[in-house]
Design a protein around this ligand. Structure first.
Ligand code: TXA
Ligand code: MG
Length: 320
């Protein structure tokens, strides 16, 4: 449902949607975002489900200011200089995540880095201030569609999936934020976007190193080295659990042999892929220390099941 962002009560209603684990169409200066409570795994899972993303790409955490960002990540001096120069604005920084950051594993797709941005939009700020925590928000389009620059675009793509779309008119910048990652002395350009290269290079006094990755570029299973991969071997779609294996279960019935498993985590006893997605990364971490092999019960490939299966297939792929 589209609501004018200037309606009295619109922000409070949007916060109520977020607190209940729902999704909000949030205007920013770049494009409209599909926002959810970044600390709530099931809410974040609903983002992937709504977008129909076949993979768990890490999401950008939106915060009100640099001080809020420092609760989520550690800033090296160059990243801090960039933040001070360009926030609020169309710049996203990939930073080292604090271990105690109040972020669901699914928001960062299990990475130990986090992408953070402080948007320059009064409605985004009103929402962030009223909600009081980080908001995970990818562009508010169905996977494979172009990013939305108006509330009507969001409604057309995701209208039945969002609790409320805050309409603040067309976005000013119209393309997504520029994504940078500082690595030692180098500043990597991960995605070209609304903040232009010359302005950035003037602040950091050096040339950006292009390292763009097309969002749609196929990544071979197991090739995403920075993604959390368990040390244990992973066996998929098991019909029977071997003695001493750890088990990732799904649904109310466990596979034969489960009674001899070294440890069991059920992603969702009620067979709900949204709940399962929210628990996936924690389950991999928990079982990693428990056995040499993690057996995974069959998980249906519909809806979010596709992304869950994709992630597990990567964990099961041979390591380089
Ligand atoms: O302008 C924008 O950035 C918009 C508005 C809503 O803020 N958001 C947006 O989000 O474009 P999304 O999810 O469509 O794009 C986020 C990009 C993805 O390409 C993702 O791979 C990358 O950020 N990303 C997120 N976390 C990352 C990380 N830890 N390391 C590297 N790349 C990351
Ligand atoms: Mg996008």
């Amino acid at each position: 449902m589209i609501r004018s962002a200037s309606d009295p009560g619109a922000i409070a209603d949007a916060v109520a949607v977020l607190v209940a684990g729902g999704l909000v169409g949030m205007p920013t200066e770049t494009v409209y975002g599909l926002a959810a409570d970044a600390g709530n795994g099931e809410a974040v899972a609903r983002i992937y489900a709504a977008k129909g993303r076949p993979r768990f790409n890490p999401l950008i955490a939106h915060v009100a200011d640099l001080a809020a960002a420092e609760h989520l990540a550690r800033f090296d001096p160059l990243s801090r200089r960039l933040a001070e120069a360009f926030w609020p604005g169309p710049l996203t920084l990939v930073l080292s995540k604090r271990p105690d950051a109040p972020l669901a594993d699914l928001a960062t797709a299990g990475l130990d880095t986090v992408a953070i941005r402080v948007p320059a939009h009064p409605v985004a700020h009103a929402l962030l201030d009223a909600f009081g925590g980080p908001l995970a928000a990818p562009s508010a389009n169905r996977s494979g569609h172009v990013s939305p620059t108006s509330a009507a675009h969001v409604e057309a793509d995701l209208g039945d999936r969002v609790g409320i779309i805050l309409d603040a008119g067309p976005t000013k910048v119209g393309v997504e934020s520029t994504i940078l990652k500082v690595e030692g002395e180098r500043v990597l350009l991960l995605r070209a976007g609304g903040l232009a290269r010359p302005a950035i290079e003037a602040v950091i006094g050096r040339a950006l190193v292009a390292q763009t990755h097309a969002e749609s570029a196929p990544v071979a299973p197991g090739m995403l080295a920075s993604h959390y991969a368990p040390a244990a071997a992973v066996r998929l779609d098991v019909a029977r659990v071997a003695p001493g294996e750890a088990l990732i279960a799904f649904g109310e019935r466990l596979p034969p042999g489960a009674e001899h498993a070294a440890a069991v985590v059920n992603l969702s006893e009620r067979g709900d892929v949204v709940e399962a997605a929210a628990r996936l990364f924690a389950a991999l971490r928990e079982l990693d220390g428990a056995a040499d092999t993690i057996a995974v019960a069959p998980i249906p490939g519909e809806g979010l099941g596709e992304a869950i299966r994709d992630r597990l297939a990567r964990a099961a792929a041979p390591r380089p």
